[in-house]
Ligand binder design. Structure first.
Ligand code: RP5
Length: 170
């Protein structure tokens, strides 16, 4: 498996994406995990181009200590759903904004899962990737108190910053 980025020997979050071309989008998830001091790894794993690696990744993830998988893909975006089919870890799907159909194809490919195999699907593009990182943090915060504290602080800083922008009369 091509490993393109890893910040911890024991990552809690596994970020996978269908192509290197998804990196710019998926970086938003990485940035927020770094801000919250959550260990992660990131790799390119393609449902269509490297299907065996996809299955190996999904099957091994839980035993390697991964708690949440964030999977981003564009177009015929089968990666999140197929990974979810091979693991009972929570899978968050990020629809990458495709060139041909602006990401609507990615969104529908990821969100319309059959009953029985859930994928928590976020918005198309960078906002979705950022929220995928935050959602992974929320999931982890139920078991890791320090992550709950970091999330509270993140939310407070965001609120304070928006409140600071509210008075346009100054
Ligand atoms: C998908 O096809 C990838 O997730 C990517 O979003 C899209 C295009 O891939 P490239 O042709 O840029 O490698 O599998």
């Amino acid at each position: 498996m091509e490993r393109i980025y890893e910040i911890s020997p024991k990552p809690l979050v596994g970020i996978i994406m269908g192509s290197k071309s998804d990196f710019e989008t998926m970086q938003e998830a990485m940035k927020v995990l770094e801000q919250l001091e959550i260990s992660y790894e990131a790799s390119v794993v393609s449902a269509h181009r490297t299907p065996d690696k996809m299955f190996e990744y999904a099957e091994a993830a839980r035993n390697r200590g991964i708690k949440v998988i964030i999977a981003g893909a564009g177009g015929a975006a089968h990666l999140p759903g197929m990974v979810a089919a091979k693991t009972t870890l929570p899978v968050i799907g990020v629809p990458v904004q495709s060139r041909a159909l602006n990401g609507l194809d990615s969104l529908l490919s990821i969100v319309q899962m059959p009953g029985g195999i859930p994928v928590a699907t976020v918005a198309i593009g960078k906002a979705g990737a950022k929220n995928a990182g935050l959602l992974a943090a929320s999931m982890l915060s139920t078991s890791y108190q320090e992550i709950a504290v970091h999330l509270e602080n993140y939310r407070k800083e965001m609120t304070d910053s928006v409140l600071g922008d509210c008075d346009l009369n100054e």
